[in-house]
Write a protein of this length. Structure first.
Ligand code: PGA
Length: 256
């Protein structure tokens, strides 16, 4: 049984003090107990204040939005896996489409980042997804498998167990135009079949594949009804208390 994973990707939003206030409020609105694993991914500058606001026994886990693959050294502006681990991060989002398109990230670099995360006990949330042009020209399956192959190449099966995949069609991110459940399910099947044939069916069945792209309180219930969809990576709708708390409680009530 795969535990539902709901991740709020704050992107470049909220100062450290806004972030602390937000998560304190968020905690109050969550169901008392939930089978869902809830994660917030604030910007680097707010990780410390969020950790302090949540305290050690919080049900909310912390994620970073990126890292650099070296542990330390002359890499101005970069942040490493040991630094994030020390701040209490459990997860790190890697290969987000905004990193790929705005900052030129490629699968080989994402692969190095995944290895660095795993070495230091961080769980990667690897984002993959096709553009609208790729979908319309029938290339979705090929794009997904190419991104997976390039960024996960030759990882040991035990390493794979720590990784979650986020299927995020680029055309659905921040557009208000989420994939339909059928579109998401088709893509999740392609991803799981690739994982099964490259590693093993057991490895593939143990891994969580979440959907991202215009997830809202209105569509989360429908998405999670499929047993192929193990959770969500939420952008815009995670920045408002009401909508993120509703997504978290709807996910919990579905009890996947
Ligand atoms: P969105 O972003 O929910 O605003 O579409 C999702 C993401 O980029 O992870």
């Amino acid at each position: 049984m795969r535990r539902t994973l709901i991740v709020g990707n704050w992107k470049m939003n909220k100062t450290a003090s806004e972030a602390a206030t937000f998560v304190r409020e968020l905690e109050k609105r969550l169901p008392a107990s939930s089978s869902v694993e809830l994660v917030v991914a604030p910007p680097f500058t707010a990780l410390e204040s969020v950790r302090a606001a949540l305290g050690p026994s919080s049900p909310i886990q912390l994620s970073a939005q990126n890292l650099f693959w070296e542990d330390h050294g002359a890499y101005t502006g970069e942040v490493s896996a040991p630094m994030l681990k020390d701040l209490g991060c459990r997860y790190v989002i890697l290969g987000h489409s905004e990193r790929r398109t705005l900052f030129g990230e490629r699968d080989d670099g994402i692969h190095k980042k995944i290895r660095a995360a795993l070495t230091h006990g961080l769980r990667p949330i690897l984002c993959v997804g096709e553009s609208l042009a790729q979908r319309e020209s029938g290339k979705t399956d090929g794009v997904l498998t190419q991104q997976l192959r390039g960024s996960l190449a030759e990882l040991a099966p035990q390493a794979m167990a720590a990784i979650a995949i986020a299927y995020e069609p680029v055309w659905a991110i921040g557009t208000g135009k989420a994939a339909t459940r059928d579109q998401a399910v088709d893509a999740h099947r392609v991803i799981r079949e690739f994982l099964a044939s490259t590693w093993s069916p057991d490895t593939a069945n143990a891994m969580r594949i979440v959907y991202g792209g215009s997830v809202t309180p209105q569509n989360i219930g429908s998405l999670l009804k499929s047993d192929q969809i193990d959770g969500a990576l939420v952008g815009g709708a995670c920045l408002e208390l009401d909508s993120f708390a509703r997504i978290a409680s709807d996910a919990a009530s579905i009890g996947v």
